[in-house]
Write a protein that binds this ligand. Sequence first.
Ligand SMILES: Nc1ncnc2c1ncn2[C@@H]1O[C@H](COP(=O)(O)OP(=O)(O)OP(=O)(O)O)[C@@H](O)[C@H]1O
Ligand SMILES: [Mg+2]
Length: 534
Amino acid sequence: MKTFSEFGLEPKVLRAITEMGFEESTPIQEKAIPVAMEGRDLIGQAQTGTGKTAAFGIPLVNKIDVKEERIVALIMCPTRELAIQVAEEIEKLGRFKGIRSLPIYGGQDIVKQIRALRKRPQIIIGTPGRLLDHINRKTIKLDDVQTVILDEADEMLDMGFMDDIQSILSLVPEERNTMLFSATMPINIQKLAQQFLRNPEHVSVIPKQVSAPSIDQAYIELHERQKFEALCRLIDMEAPDLAIIFGRTKRRVDELAEALQKRGYTAEGLHGDLSQNQRDNVMRKFRDGSIDVLVATDVAARGLDVSGVTHVINFDLPQDPESYVHRIGRTGRAGKEGAAYTFVTPREIDHLHFIEKITRHRITKKPIPSLAEAIEGKQKVTAERVLEVLQGDEHNEYRGLAISLLEQHDSVHLLAAALKLLTGDKKNVEIELTPEDPIRAKKRRPDVRGSGRRPSGAYSTAGGARRNGDRPYGDRDNRGGGYNRDRGGSRRDGGGGGGYRENRDYRGRSEGRDNRGGGGYSRPTNRSNEETLV
Ligand SMILES: Nc1ncnc2c1ncn2[C@@H]1O[C@H](COP(=O)(O)OP(=O)(O)OP(=O)(O)O)[C@@H](O)[C@H]1O
Ligand SMILES: [Mg+2]
């Protein structure tokens, strides 16, 4: 691997990279940085968590003149959280140079954004909808833009941003450098690239597996009603530093976060029905460790980079293999190890095997953790905490008390009692979640079924293995069309007792949109997508 000093970057940029703790470039960076520095258009593909942001961020920050008072670069991202995250990374990279960058996204006060724009940022990082708003209000001018970057391009198209992206790109001067990053290269991305990129260099890191090898993948087969108990045991057993739990719908996420809180875990939910402020708060708390479990819909599956995420748990099986790869890719980032667990109900087993086939990775079956394993896990954490305190000297003030207690009691008993107190008893709150319908594999087109063939051609690389150029699930415009989700209603728990009672209370579900599989949902074209979609 190359060190960053070999790219011929400015000393100030190099210094920023060093301060960020990057020593060697990642494979995608090694390939992409020289191409970008030559000013060539680029299409980039690489596995999750391998530093794509810096792959375009470093050459971008390197080439911008700090004296510039106009917007010279535009980065488009699918979600607000990603815009914020990418902006933070750009900010860090450009610190010593004094580069001014600004995230622009829906849900944030537009007047505040207009004020921030007066500080003459050189780089704008935005979601397409809100960007277009500013362009129409003439508060953002693209006449001087020399570099455009599309991050998570396939996701942006899936979210219905094609029209917006086209409008935006057609306003940028043709004489420019364009870079497109995408996990997959479906036909609509290829068309977009043909339309807006000039003789692009394909920069891809082709992995044997689609997902990062540093992620240990397992699944647990269980019934819907066993999921919550299994989740608590799994968390206790594994004692994650930080965990992300994915639920299928917004309702699911809300219920799950609340249920976990009732059991004494520090968990919060993240989905698109929360206000921007709430979303920012949850993300901040998760990043600084004041909560250690984030329960999320697929809104958190793409691109989000929180260091210290040791576990991803798919409480509900994801809709498609691609979503699976992105969800589990929230752990095992930047060369670290991670564990991914997926809950699968018996009726969903076929779907899981399909995910295995497309991702070309075997997912190991594991049993539901036993109560004993859960308790053991919790006890281990307590013991570790005690031993950690022992390292310091803050416990010295308890020595007197310890001595006097030991004079009266047996040492083992005494320590056991203290450990019990520290471990805390699980709050035995009865929890009921509204059951979700199982995911069922759609009837696949015969040419795709079971083929699992390797992709070929320049366009089908990393992500191609998943997609295979074809769409195993049909067109994503109506993703979910084949699942039973689009009944427009769902069973609701009748409450009472330990199990589920069906009272056939069907209700309309806006949550369906979390997975873009809800009833009657088709690709939106309105500009407030990023506010409503996930
Ligand atoms: N050369 C490097 N050395 C060490 N860490 C790095 C390096 N480059 C990037 N990182 C860190 O790796 C993490 C993942 O990077 P990033 O978010 O850019 O991944 P990504 O490829 O965009 O992933 P995704 O596909 O999920 O969007 C970040 O925390 C980033 O700071
Ligand atoms: Mg990314």
